[in-house]
Design a protein around this ligand. Structure first.
Ligand code: NCD
Length: 304
């Protein structure tokens, strides 16, 4: 693996190998536990052109817990304000001697552009390219399912909400289908792309009707920042039809696993009682994300 640009096209063996590595990295370097050394002498550059909390911090921490160095770039306060282009910025950071670039950008394909323009030894990781893919989020969601439920194949995973604008949905779809899960996407018709069924998922618009069949629900945030027009009548209507709340939980399997990539809009996709309740694995996802990012960086920066 030279770069990690998406989960589309990765085989079940490749996905499983990363997940197995990640399972071994859970807890490494945490508290008094010894650090790893897979990134000793390596420099990871975080290039985040869109806001981030979990992804950015966990990539930085992952690199440090493996003995690497981190440089952080955000466009605010940088020469982007003077008109420097994306590629020039990346090439200048590369010239400082970085080994891997973790990039988040609003344009789909931005990480692929860097992979073509940077020197061949520099590894590129997609940390979210517009609505396209967010591969480490897909991996950490799947790792959380695997660790909580012991398997992925044969499970029914419901992705709920703004499928159209969600890079998390796309990475989940590719990873989960390859690993043998059944994927069901559910949201208002305006937020579900008409051709998504071609990927091999079931499409539903009535959450209450499909809820009893789901082993896992991934509650996606409405990507208000990516919507140019109002795609549903009101947040209130969305809450009523698609928000997970205590009443709706009664329709679900008692041990249904609830995921949300974060940030959550409390009270919109999920009520606080459910987000903080016993079925929620939201904070486990964050911990597992660190392990996934360690596994990905270590694998990409491996010598030879
Ligand atoms: C997601 C993202 O940025 O795509 N967040 C994340 O990385 N944890 C999901 C979102 O913003 O809704």
């Amino acid at each position: 693996m030279t770069h990690l640009l998406g989960l589309e096209g990765l085989s079940a063996a490749e996905l499983s190998a990363i997940l197995d590595d990640a399972g071994r990295y859970v807890g490494v370097g945490y508290g008094d536990a010894p650090k790893g050394d897979a990134l000793k002498g390596k420099v990871v550059a975080n290039l985040f052109y869109e806001p981030s909390t979990r992804t950015r911090l966990s990539f930085g921490l992952a690199a440090r817990r493996l003995g690497g160095d981190v440089v952080d770039f955000s466009p605010g306060g940088s020469s982007t304000a003077k008109g420097e282009t994306f590629i020039d910025t990346a090439k200048n950071i590369e010239a400082m001697g970085v080994d891997a670039v973790v990039v988040r950008h609003s344009s789909p394909g931005a990480p692929h552009v860097l992979a073509r323009h940077l020197k061949p030894h520099v590894r590129v990781v997609n940390a979210g390219d517009g609505p396209h893919e967010h591969p480490t989020q897909g991996l950490l969601d799947i790792l959380t399912v695997r660790r909580r439920l012991g398997r992925v194949a044969g499970l029914t995973v419901g992705l709920v909400g703004d499928i159209a604008h969600s890079r998390v949905a796309r990475s989940n779809i590719h990873g989960l289908l390859t690993l043998g899960a059944k994927v069901l996407v559910c949201g208002p018709p305006t937020l579900v792309p008409p051709d998504v069924a071609r990927l091999g998922v079931e499409v539903a618009h009535d959450l209450d009707a499909v809820l009893p069949r789901c082993d896992v629900l991934n509650l996606l945030r409405i990507q208000f920042e990516r919507q140019r027009t109002g795609l549903f009548p009101s947040v209130r209507e969305y809450q009523l039809l698609f928000g997970m709340n205590g009443e709706r939980m009664r329709l679900a399997k008692p041990d249904v696993l609830l995921l949300a990539p974060g940030p959550i809009n409390r009270g919109v996709e999920v009520t606080p009682e459910v987000a903080d309740g016993p079925n929620s694995a939201i904070l486990d996802q964050v911990a597992n994300g660190l392990a996934v990012r360690m596994a990905v960086l270590a694998r990409l920066c491996r010598p030879g």
